[in-house]
Write a protein that binds this ligand. Structure first.
Ligand code: PEP
Ligand code: MG
Length: 321
């Protein structure tokens, strides 16, 4: 079984009808790019940079971050490397300065934290920009929820670029900046967001959490965490459709992208970029190689029109058979 999978490692991820799909890797630490490359990843779709911090308890300085980002960018040899700025939460606060919150997932997290700690944010942006000279780096912003946050974020990127220009330090002036679509408000305001950003990546883990009001780390409601809830499917399909129409690159980097039960459903919604743990790449590729879009599309539309969970599960089984 494993050997069979390894045989497809060097094949392009193309459907039976000839649609090219891009398979990317989610990584948490630089050394994981080895496994990503071994499994044929066409780039890094999500580098969860906060793991540089979570594994040691204090923030790496600019040079340490530059070293980590450069290692990944160089290691991927010109393939795109999407570095997500820190997704630190209220429960993982800086300098042991514990901020308490009754709803950490709704608190000072991700870009909210970065904007509240501008020195930390600028340091990270400078490190990413400096690493961009070694290949193809892209900046991904987690948890954006409003136009105001986008403006503030872009202003910080501008400041970081200007400081490097002043110091005559090289970087990719055209570095792409994208955002995670993981809050329903962002999905609903997608058109405005896309006017200011270069690409989007859908974080289904949080999108499901926030759409269904199910805490993703609370075991007592884990059975209610449902990727196939009609509201989730509707937001996903809408986001993929609007981005494709606007020619804005869109990927899914939440767990759904690496779960082969959902590969055809996402293909049927028009998704052509999937980002997942390296170990999942070949299983998803095998699913893509055996898929025929003209067959999948009509069934996917049926699933999107279905309102009942049993019906959706039945149709999905048909789609996957
Ligand atoms: C997501 O929310 O789907 C995602 C990819 O980000 P994380 O799991 O790191 O929150
Ligand atoms: Mg997330």
């Amino acid at each position: 079984e494993k050997r069979k999978l390894l045989r497809i490692r060097s094949l392009n991820a193309t459907t039976l009808d000839g649609t090219q799909v891009e398979l990317l890797a989610n990584i948490e630490l630089p050394q994981e790019i080895e496994q990503a490359r071994e499994n044929g990843a066409m780039g890094v779709g999500l580098f969860r940079s906060e793991f540089l911090y979570l594994n040691r308890g204090d923030l790496p300085d600019e040079d340490e971050q530059y070293a980590a980002y450069s290692a990944v960018v160089k290691g991927m040899r010109g393939l795109p490397v999407t570095i997500r700025t820190f997704d630190l939460g209220a429960d993982k606060s800086l300098n042991n300065n514990h901020r308490t919150s009754t709803n950490p997932a709704l608190g000072l997290r991700a870009i909210r934290m970065s904007l509240a700690e501008p020195a930390m944010f600028l340091t990270q942006l400078r490190a990413i920009l400096r690493a961009s000279k070694h290949g193809c780096a892209r900046i991904l912003i987690p948890m954006l929820s409003s136009d105001h946050e986008i403006n503030q974020t872009l202003q910080m990127v501008k400041l970081a670029k200007q400081s490097l220009l002043d110091e005559k330090k090289p970087f990719d002036q055209n570095i792409q900046i994208g955002c995670m679509i993981e809050i329903p408000a962002a999905a609903l305001c997608l058109e405005q967001f896309m006017q200011k950003l270069d690409f989007i990546s859908i974080g289904t883990n949080d999108l499901i959490q926030y759409t269904l009001a199910i805490d993703r780390v609370d075991e007592t409601v884990a059975h209610l965490f449902d990727p196939l809830h009609p509201a989730v499917l509707w937001l996903l399909a809408r986001t993929i459709r609007l981005a494709s129409k606007a020619d804005v690159p869109v990927s899914v980097c939440g767990e759904m992208a690496g779960d082969s039960r959902y590969t055809r459903l996402l293909l049927g919604m028009g998704l052509q970029r999937f980002s997942m743990y390296p170990a999942q790449l070949l299983t998803v590729k095998r699913e893509i190689l055996g898929s025929h879009l003209p067959n999948i599309m009509p069934l996917t539309q049926k699933i999107l029109r279905a309102a009942e969970s049993d019906k959706i599960h039945g149709l999905l089984q048909k789609l996957n058979s």
